[in-house]
Design a protein around this ligand. Structure first.
Ligand SMILES: [Zn+2]
Length: 331
């Protein structure tokens, strides 16, 4: 795993360097874009984001006008992420930190609230009214708000407003970028609703490793029939928990259950074996978008890939999502 990550990171850096060179070259052709001419963009506002979903939205809205660092890498689990020294440095140098909140990323929230961090902090997930969840005897807000594309629209607009506060001169750019992204989110939201309806009603049952799909479930009409662990991945299921879930999977006549890209699939495989049901051939992207060049490498593609995985495994009829046409290039 580590070797793959490192090679992907090298590739990513190479690409970033190439973009940088191209950016400099282009800025030379356009005297009005003064911000582009400072090499490395030192004068651009420094924004740090935590989860990969937030990084994707912030990148798409902020475009070239901000210097963005996303802390979590694709595939990393935000619940148990342990910050590294480079994260402290990024947080200390930031002008704005956009994080999920509702305790999705406890390690980073703790670090962010340490004394050296002077940046403005914005819990973008907390613009969404949370669903509650019982955890260790208490009601806690469920942090997995991105499961509903309508919540993503609210979050994208909130990011746009924070970026405008940070850099008012770029208002128009941020507004246009956010409008383009929210159009795409509305389209994918409608598409998911239709796709889920192709699953025969008695087979619309979602069983996953951890409880990350409540918002998706409510938004698109597919009940969560069971999860092995709760809204955080810190807990380890007991043998009894595995047995209880596999019994209820058997009883509910669930056709297929799902592993997730951010969690070891061994746990849910045990449930599948005990219940005698299939594990869907493709894993769900629960708490992270996919690695670059994977089918889930943006937030929208993550929703599309998850919906395809669910529809195909539960007997629905999948039809491809058509992304909006790119604006035509003018010569
Ligand atoms: Zn989670």
């Amino acid at each position: 795993m580590k070797a793959i990550t490192q090679s992907q990171e090298r590739k990513f850096r190479g690409l970033a360097a190439a973009c940088c060179i191209l950016g400099l070259w282009m800025s030379g052709c356009d005297a009005t874009r003064t911000k582009q001419t400072d090499s490395g963009g030192q004068n651009k506002p420094k924004v740090v984001s935590t989860s990969t979903m937030i990084t994707d939205w912030t990148q798409q809205v902020g475009g070239d006008e901000i210097q963005l660092k996303g802390i979590l890498k694709p595939g990393a689990d935000p619940h148990v992420y342990e910050p590294v020294p480079a994260d402290s440095q990024a947080l200390e140098e930031a002008d704005l930190i956009v994080y999920n909140g509702y305790n999705l990323e406890p390690g980073l929230i703790k670090l962010m609230n340490s004394s050296g961090v002077k940046a403005k902090k914005f819990a973008v997930g907390e613009v969404v009214k949370p669903l509650d969840f019982e955890y260790k005897g208490k009601r806690v807000p469920d942090p997995h708000v991105w499961g509903d594309a309508k919540n993503a629209i609210a979050m994208v607009n909130a990011i746009r407003d924070r970026l405008i506060e940070l850099s008012p001169e770029d208002r128009q750019k941020f507004t246009e970028n956010a409008a383009r992204l929210t159009d795409e989110l509305k389209r994918v939201d409608t598409w998911i609703t239709k796709e889920i309806q192709t699953i025969p009603e008695n087979q619309r049952k979602l069983v996953t490793t951890h409880d990350a799909f409540q918002y998706y479930s409510r938004a698109y009409g597919i009940p969560v029939a069971g999860t092995l662990i709760g809204i955080s991945t810190e807990e380890q299921p007991s043998a009894q928990t595995v047995k209880t879930l596999s019994d209820s999977v058997k009883k509910a006549g669930v056709r297929s259950i799902f592993a997730e890209t951010t969690i070891n699939p061994a746990l849910i495989k045990t449930v599948a074996e005990e219940a005698g049901v299939k594990i869907a051939p493709r894993q769900l992207y629960s708490d992270s978008i996919g690695a670059p060049d994977s089918e889930g490498d943006t937030y929208v593609k993550m929703l599309v890939a998850n919906t395809r995985t669910i529809v195909e495994a539960l007997g629905g009829k999948y039809s491809t999502f058509e992304p909006a046409e790119k604006p035509e290039k003018t010569q």
